[in-house]
Design a protein around this ligand. Sequence first.
Ligand SMILES: [Fe+2]
Ligand SMILES: [Fe+2]
Length: 543
Amino acid sequence: MSESKIKEVPVAEEQAEPILTHEKSLSQKIGRGSEARDILDQQMVMLGIQLVTQLNVLIKTSRIYERTNAALDKPVDAMLTLIKTMAQDQPVTLRLQNDFLFLGNSHLKVNAQQMAVATSIIDALNAWKIGGMIFSLTVESKDLREFAALFVSLDPDNKTIEDLQKEITARGIVGIELEEQRQLQIRQGPGTAGNTGPGTAGNTGPDGTGSADLKVQRKMNAMNGYAKVAGSVGTLTQASREGGTASFKQAKRAIQNIIDLMVDDEAAVLGLTTLRCHDQYTHNHSVNVSLLSIALANRVGYPKVELADLGLAALFHDMGKSTIPMEVLNKPGEFTDDDWVAMRNHPTEGVLSLSKMRGITNLPGRMAAASFEHHMNQDFSGYPKLTVPWTISLTGRILTIADCYDAMTSSRVYRREPMAPSKVLNMMLSKSGKSFDAVLLKLFVNCVGIIPIGSLVMLETSELAVVIKPATDKANTERPFVRVITDPQGNEVDHGREVDLTEKGETGDFRDNIIRLIDNTEYKFDTSRYFTLQDAEKVRQHP
Ligand SMILES: [Fe+2]
Ligand SMILES: [Fe+2]
């Protein structure tokens, strides 16, 4: 976009010491996919969150003080330290993609306390249509101060990102570059211009990238849809918390879009559920439960019109949690007895909260059922406890499965680390017919796969791969579609091949085999990126 302004200059002595010092190119030496690499990546993500926090302080402070004011010293020094630490091998890139922040290709998962900061930066970047900020080692104190002053003095409503970039160059600011938000282009073959709907798989270009791009576009749409639904859950939960009113229209529209995508490409939508953020646990959890419920109901044979109602009901199944204080919900430690009482009341409180909200003049039974029954369990071993005979509705039974699966596979603020999807499924299968409806659970396993989407596996070739789609061949359900992510030595490979594990070679044997399941949570390995940015990168390389 702009000419490169990166020059190799020695780092000034007086600049702050890095917090995390390591040999200059240590990170390049550590094999991708290795345990050490994961730890390093984790550290980078933590530093990335600190960078976002300090950038936010810098921007906020610059709105009040002059660029030379001592009030700016702290955020500027902290940012310089972070950049020097992280930019050893390559510049630090903070990216915004579909309202999610990334450091390079790593998703920056923020906790509840960091949410406000992340949202503030996301809004600031969106206002300028900035898709990425690149900080390199050449950046100095004066550059950060000047940049922040510029950033807050220009109005994104009547200036563009190009104007901002020109000003950056004009003022001699070095070490900071901006990237535009990327509009993904669908590559189209001759004669198919404008035809981007489903069923246009034939529009493959001469190099065969066309249908892949179409797939990517669908995934990007799905991610957008996901962000929109998560947003509307946030707004509505907040409204309920504050006793305000809310409309379900927006949520319903967003759900409808997701259902359209689901019918076309179930795996792409389910892949989104791996985008589990620590932070917006409740919002993401609600969206995930909704997606999983829709997928399961779709397999059960629900008519399309009813899927939307179920999706909406699922989206608000935990509405009762809006009556629980945030301090309790976000408690890092163990719950007290009182906390548990409040938690156990959330299904009943949910029905009350929903019935109080405007926009539902007539509380649909399905919504009430979703909230009331989702922790009851098939054998009534859960809560609330009832003194009258009860039959759990189909909605309630679907919800119980989707809710448990997502809750166990996600990390949440008040509970332990997440469990690997395959372990969760095994645990759930051990309670088939007790906690869960046996037939529905079977269908659910078909839907996420015996080795669920998002699982990390090792192939016979010693390559690591991520499960991206359950097997289509019913006789070989333990042979899903995977994407290879490392070479046999554990070095990460970009755009690794997609393998259908049911494919056989000339000898009649399967070409590839899974030799073991790897607990991605044990390795703190975030497989979500293989459903998101990798695809975006692919498009970028074939503009
Ligand atoms: Fe719940
Ligand atoms: Fe839940």
